[in-house]
Ligand binder design. Sequence first.
Ligand code: GLU
Length: 486
Amino acid sequence: MNPYDPMREWIIYVQYIYITAIITNFADSFGVSLSRGMNIRVRFPPSPTGFCHVGTARMAILNYLFAKKHGGIIVFRSEDTDKERSTKEFEADIIDNLTWLGISWDEFYRQSERTEIYRAAIHTLIVQGKAYVSEEESKKEAGVMVKIIRLKNPGTTITFTDAIRGDITFDTTELGDFAIARAEDDPLYHLAVVVDDADMRITHVIRGEDHISNTPRQILIQEALGLPRPLYAHYPLHLAADRSKLSKRKGDVAVRSYREKGYLAPALLNYLATLGWTAPSGKEILSLDEMIGEFELADVHKNGAVFDIEKLNWFNRHYLQALPLRDFALESDKILQTSLHARGVAWNERIATSLAPLIRERIAVWEELRTFADAGEFDFFFAEPKLEPTYIAQKKVSTEDTVRHLQSVKKLLSDAPEGAYNDTENIKALVWEYASREGRGAVLWPLRYALTGQERSPDPFEVIHLIGKEASLRRIGTALALLSHI
Ligand code: GLU
């Protein structure tokens, strides 16, 4: 098609008048509303060129808290103009993971579906002499000439007030006539963002400080198009433990990988929200509603926070502990059952139920339970352990003494009534005096090893309490039989 077809020009011109009218109308209304502090509109504008990054989640959370605090509207804008790198799969991942975190939005747009709007704006800039088409050698391929549309930069000094960082001034001369599109229907990032922010009546642009240097370019485009300027708030990015930029090499960056490891959504949400923002109340553990209630942009830190996995684990442990035990057990049973099944260890509902509080004390993340369970660390609760005879006696204690201790303990345990097995402390009381007299290590080591077959495990009284009198006596008997063959 001839790009300078007069009919097409006319249609585009009419479209532009129409769009400008809408934008101006919106601009007027939000000019007024801003001064009243109402009708706040923010945006989540991820580029779907990768899985939902923790940085994307943080951007969404900060915008979400701000919008909800002020009864505002949230626009999700999929910035998919980079046709080579954007995919529907990444877009779906971002939507899915933000939803999982409990974040929602009111409106949804895709830049790839808005080409006409950008075309009209680019065309107007060209018609008005504010942009021009330039023929240049391609940066990718030497000797190949390509068309680029550049903004005529008036070279002014631009100052904008950032809600987090205060006034920021740029001399725009050095930006030169920067590119805004490859063709009228192929806008570049800055142009699309500016046109969209105005068209979507965005009042507050809350984004990472990596976008500060983009802001003067975007303001120049706004001014060339006669569009209003939103309020900007650039927050510091969070950093890897060595204070460098967070990247895949330095740990997980995808929300989905935290989700797969079994972090709880409210824990990750709480951690990401308070990473670089402190609630005025000083509280660290906050529900979404509490965060909304306390959120102010002015309280966002000016220095970059370090993404600290230990701290995230601390949050997750808190949220795991706060789960009703029944809900906790439902999930821990699932993990344990799968793991035991893989090794052919029989499941025992009664033991699993008693084990749940113990597991809850021990883990910060479900992934830890999976790791411990797959290493067979819980198998002895469900099945007789395989004992290595030479490990039964404590080092430096003779086999004869060990046999004597196990026999004595076995007798103490078997003489005790069933009732004594209801409580760990009662079980301890049965053998404590004997162990203290004969040497705790010499007595309790073989007992614990006979019961668990592990060099490290919970204390023997806890194990006896869990597996019960009968299984405990049987295991001690097995150890004694093995020792008789040494
Ligand atoms: N799409 C941009 C990004 O993913 C964000 C644009 C903006 O916040 O203005 O980094």
